[in-house]
Design a protein around this ligand. Sequence first.
Ligand SMILES: [Zn+2]
Length: 489
Amino acid sequence: MTVEGPAWSSPGLRVGVGRYPLAVEQPVMSKAARLVPGVTTVTPHARYFAVHGLVAAEARAQGLDRERTQDLVRRAEVALAAVSFVHHGGHDSTIGRAHGTDALISWLKSGMVPLAEASRAGRGGYVGSAWGFSAAYFGSELTIGVLAPDRAPGPACEEPLLRRSLGELLELARREQLQADDLAGHHDLCICAGAGTEDGDWLAGLLCGTDTRAPDTEATQRRRATIQLVARIIDTHKIGTVTGDVGNILAFGSFLTEDQITARSPVAGEWRGLVLRNHTVSAWRRLWAWLVNGVSELTHVDDMVAALADQLPVGTVESFLATLPPTMSAAGEPTNAEVLLGAGSDGPQQDLAILAAGAARTRELTGPALQVFAGRPDQELTPSWFSALLHAQRSSPMADFACRLVQLLVARSERVAFMKTRRNADGTLWFPGRLRSLDGGWLYRTGKERRGSVNLRLDRLGNVLVGAGVLAAGPEGLSVTEKGRALLG
Ligand SMILES: [Zn+2]
């Protein structure tokens, strides 16, 4: 599970306040944004970049006002979803399903989509925003130059090319209704069919940084370096999923330093620190969810402490640390301690062990990996802060440590929730925390706390690169295409 929701099905645009109860995710999210500029958790499909560029060009050519442009964007997106649905007989393609498919499903299944009705936005529509899913892609499309800040065509928007490649989609978008039988002849417009087409090649060049029209050259270089790194790992390993398989190679072992090509990567160390840091962020999220979800309506904080202590081994913090697997190999490379620990039984002891592994890594990692990983020692819940806490508490019994930890986390979650508390229009207060403290140490829970890892965008990047023909997804896993090899040099 990821924080941002299921992988490909109509990613939501709103990040709900209260999803980050310990506010521990931000360093990981902002570093991922820096290392993969132009691809976000809500931009999994290459072809939308081209469609949105094409609509912007058409709006300029026809002198459309804002409302008519929005209407055309949404109609084109519904047409894209319909074409893709028909191409795959209602199943997902190798790169997932088109945006809005779930909301449009009854029309799609009926074989007739009335465009004016189906392309409505807002409540009951296929999408919330008047700009359709272009609202989700807009930041990315700005970054790589497809659109300008005023949503006009950007410096990289190549109108004639996009018209040759996808012009028929505009024709479909203007119809009153789409019939499944008519769409069967338009498989080349499907979300899966961009690889090897003119628009796929165009986007591939922009993402890989060989097309220099993208506005921010530094961001382009970082994205190029990340794609080169991911492609090299795919070239040298059997990779099923980018997040899991590539993530593990980035985090653990000797490949990053031993492979001569990867050793020169300007971003490999940062990626190592980022993936490792995400293991600790996930552990904090699970630990907090375990504590909160264990609270029945009303619980005393002492009972929460006792419940946690119950799950932990007896003995001191130091004796607990002595039972953990090594985090560094004899050769000085990070071992996959977090994976080994995560494979055991799910629970707070496992999460504390993963956090302790992270604390050990603050003394073992070096260079950019350490910089990204460790965080500041004076900032709560960073690996270096936790390392100092473990050191200070090393002679304490685990039960006392549990007490300290619960107090810290409850106080922190309250501070985070209060910072995000808002006054509703009717004058009442909206408090986003799932757990509230009452006088005398009593706690009560207003809802279930979520858990899961922060999405590092690697799977979305992989999906966009497959859609643009840089990578290919087959039964044997991912591979780098000839096109990709030529672009990444
Ligand atoms: Zn398809």
